[in-house]
Ligand binder design. Structure first.
Ligand code: 5AD
Ligand code: SF4
Length: 442
């Protein structure tokens, strides 16, 4: 039997792209002519880039990478190159114009059509599909393969965004908010658990806007919590305005819901929040967090920040630092504003680049201190760790705590040694730059 053709996928951007890459690999792997995954670029018969359009740098990087892949095609003329994800959606045919070596462009809502598209590509044609189709792509994707899985998995439950923040391309690249039916999510989750998954992170661009047949994200979480063998549930990314009462309450009532919440605010200045079209004030954001902390005092809060948004003054920036001090973040992601064509903010005058750079540095310095303090505060505490893989040192394993801290544990030999997928109690003994160290308790 001839060897299967090899597919190399490179994933950029958010966790939803990680999930989509898995599903695209499954779609391309199905059937007798299907591809199998390789991690070796040189061995690939097809290279698929699953791209991110969120900031200019991310999008431009795709073109420079494509330039490199083109060289591989000179040596191997049958090599196929595909571009998927948000750059594909946003730029469509322009990608093939800028880089003629590209054979295929597929958007995030049409990748269930990849097998047909590949038939055209096999004939030497170009294939492009960036529709927002009527049909549900998940329903048209192959059944997920019955293979053993890593203990932590992503599961997309909601896509798209109706919020139209003035800086953001997502409403254009991912389309309007759509939630998947609860029953289908539950059956996908059960199948993941049968294959070894113990922790599921529910994904959506606005995951807490999830609503399907009257079932909210909190309702979905409570139903998922009934699945035996599923030990942990997380969700990301949320919008402050969609933190419903039932979702806040779930942090206090659902043991399987982990004490970690990524809740971007972007800015602490009400003037900038208004110009960003965020539809909430800094005080409203703080109130939401206060209510969550009342039911789950140990919750670790994570956020996203943009500095240098058009017309951001020093006073606006100070308001962001004040908000950060008030919240005390355990994790955070911060970015310099990047003007994106087609978004409302792209029309506005930019803040001086040096000023924006200096603000980003100051903000990141403050956030790092908070993150390190949150991590250091774990020393001496007992946490539960879901073991994900062996560490680099012999006899060591790495897992994640409830708060999503990476934890390295030295494992004594013996019958009680944990294996990948086990959840065990660990006492934290040290905190280093980006991880914790600990010892097994039982
Ligand atoms: N410039 C900089 N950062 C952005 N983000 C989204 N759009 C932009 C932009 N134009 C950031 C926001 C968002 C995260 C995913 O990326 O902080 O929450
Ligand atoms: Fe990138 Fe946003 Fe698209 Fe995710 S949704 S791939 S972060 S542009």
């Amino acid at each position: 039997m001839a060897d299967k053709k090899k597919l190399y996928i490179r994933t950029y951007g958010c966790q939803m792209n990680v999930y989509d890459s898995e599903r695209m690999a499954e779609a391309l792997g199905a059937g007798k002519d299907g591809y199998e995954l390789t991690e070796n670029l040189e061995a690939a018969d097809m290279i698929l880039m699953n791209t991110c359009h969120i900031r200019e740098k991310a999008a431009e990087k795709i073109y420079s990478e494509l330039g490199r892949f083109k060289g591989l095609k000179t040596a191997k003329p049958d090599l196929k190159i595909g571009v998927a994800g948000c750059v594909a959606q946003a730029e469509g045919a322009e990608i093939m114009r800028r880089q003629p070596a590209v054979d295929l462009v597929v958007g995030p809502q049409t990748y269930h059509r990849l097998p047909e598209m590949m038939q055209a590509v096999a004939k030497g044609e170009k294939a492009l599909d960036t529709d927002f189709p009527e049909e549900d792509k998940f329903e048209n994707l192959p059944v997920r393969p019955k293979v053993k899985r890593a203990p932590a998995a992503f599961l997309t439950v909601q896509e798209g965004c109706d919020k139209f923040c003035a800086f953001c391309v997502v409403p254009y690249t991912r389309g309007a908010e759509v939630s998947r039916p609860t029953a289908r999510i539950l059956s996908e989750a059960r199948a993941l658990v049968e294959r070894g998954v113990r922790e599921i992170t529910l994904l959506g661009q606005n995951v807490n806007a999830y609503i399907a047949d009257g079932i909210t994200l909190a309702g979905l979480i409570h139903q998922l919590a009934e699945i035996d063998g599923l030990a942990r549930i997380r969700f990301t990314t949320s919008h402050p305005n969609d933190m419903g009462d039932d979702l806040i309450a779930a942090f206090g009532t659902c043991d399987k819901l982990m004490p970690y919440l990524h809740l971007p605010v972007q800015s602490g200045s009400d003037k900038i929040l208004k110009r960003m079209n965020r539809s909430h004030s800094a005080a409203q954001y703080l109130q939401v967090l206060e209510r969550i902390r009342a039911v789950r005092p140990d919750i670790l809060i994570s956020g996203d920040f943009i500095v240098g948004f058009p017309e951001e003054t020093d006073a606006d920036f100070q308001a962001t630092l004040d908000l950060i001090r008030a919240v005390n973040y355990g994790q955070a992601y911060s970015f310099k504003y990047s003007s994106r064509p087609g978004t409302p903010a792209a029309e506005r005058a930019l803040v001086d680049a040096d000023v924006a750079d200096a603000r980003l540095q100051e903000l990141q310095a403050l956030l790092s201190v908070q993150q390190k303090a949150a991590q250091d505060a774990m020393v001496g505490r007992e946490v539960s760790v879901l073991f994900e893989k062996p560490g680099r040192l012999k006899g060591q394993m790495i897992g994640k705590s409830q708060h999503l801290h990476a934890v390295f544990v030295a494992i004594p030999d013996g019958p009680d040694a944990p294996v990948v997928g086990d959840l065990r109690r660990v006492r934290i003994t040290e905190s280093s730059a980006n991880s914790l160290g600990g010892v097994l308790i039982d």
